[in-house]
Write a protein that binds this ligand. Structure first.
Ligand code: ADP
Ligand code: ADP
Length: 227
């Protein structure tokens, strides 16, 4: 079964000259798969991530995530499915600056209605999982870049999402720290998580099982990597 599937997805921007940021994309992300997306600037990568993450709605076509057809959901239902099924990891970490690592990781569980003792315990375990068991009470600005990204990854896992969406997750990290974060994604994939990662860097993309090359809003080629 697919964690995510896109069928003939088109996303048109109608400001002045219409642009199809996605011009008919079909894509299946099997449960437990690890996929990278590459393509030049303007090829539709961000739009693809936004559509998969239910931040944006296609003009045409269908998006299914975690078994739910998202096409016909109301705005509030979409937000609920997004919170339950999508874990976002951004280049800029996007942590809440006044919340501790523990509270940042617990926050998506607040939205999901998880009782406080349970979410604190789960947040603690997730932070231990990413190697930050000794940093629970630190604020983001008391952590290194790599540590902040690991907090963000723990947060992304908080609601046990169907998919982990990572947009240039190593873009702000030095190469040693990037390697550690990529090793963590490798482990999460090995443990059964489904990962979709956008990157400009071939070496980063090669951590995945396959690379989806996008060009002009279309899937130009799907490259399967030898493991
Ligand atoms: P990438 O992430 O690969 O750089 P994007 O998905 O950001 O590509 O953009 C794909 C195309 O859609 C580009 O031509 C871009 O100019 C256009 N586009 C993206 N977002 C908008 C928007 N909000 N309004 C109008 N056009 C947009
Ligand atoms: P900001 O406004 O700074 O982006 P938010 O309070 O909107 O911060 O979100 C903080 C974190 O909580 C984000 O990482 C987001 O992924 C998560 N989040 C926001 N809304 C929801 C939701 N409805 N369900 C689950 N998680 C959510």
């Amino acid at each position: 079964e697919s964690a995510v599937s896109l069928r003939d997805v088109r996303r048109r921007y109608d400001r002045g000259e219409p642009v199809d940021a996605l011009a008919g994309v079909s894509l299946d992300l099997p449960r437990g798969s690890y996929t990278a997306v590459m393509g030049p600037s303007g090829s539709g990568k961000s739009t693809l991530m936004n559509v998969v993450g239910l931040l944006d709605t296609p003009t045409d076509g269908a998006v299914t995530i975690g078994g739910t057809d998202a096409s016909s959901l109301s705005e509030s239902e979409r937000a609920r499915v997004r919170g339950a099924e999508v874990g976002f990891v951004f280049q800029t970490f996007n942590l809440m600056p006044r919340l501790t690592a523990l509270d940042n990781v617990a926050l998506p569980m607040v939205f999901a209605g998880v009782p406080r003792p349970e979410r604190r315990e789960r947040a603690r375990r997730l932070l231990e999982r990413v190697g930050l068991g000794d940093r629970l009470d630190h604020l983001p600005n008391e952590l290194s870049g790599g540590q902040r990204q690991r907090v963000a990854i723990a947060r992304a896992l908080a609601n046990d999402p169907a998919i982990l969406l990572a947009d240039e997750p190593t873009g702000n990290l030095d190469s040693a720290t990037s390697d550690a974060v990529l090793a963590l994604f490798d482990e999460l994939h090995t443990e059964g998580n489904t990962v979709l990662l956008v990157t400009h860097e071939r070496a980063v993309a090669e951590h995945a099982e396959r690379i989806v090359h996008v060009l002009d809003g279309r899937v130009e080629r799907v490259e399967t990597l030898r493991r």
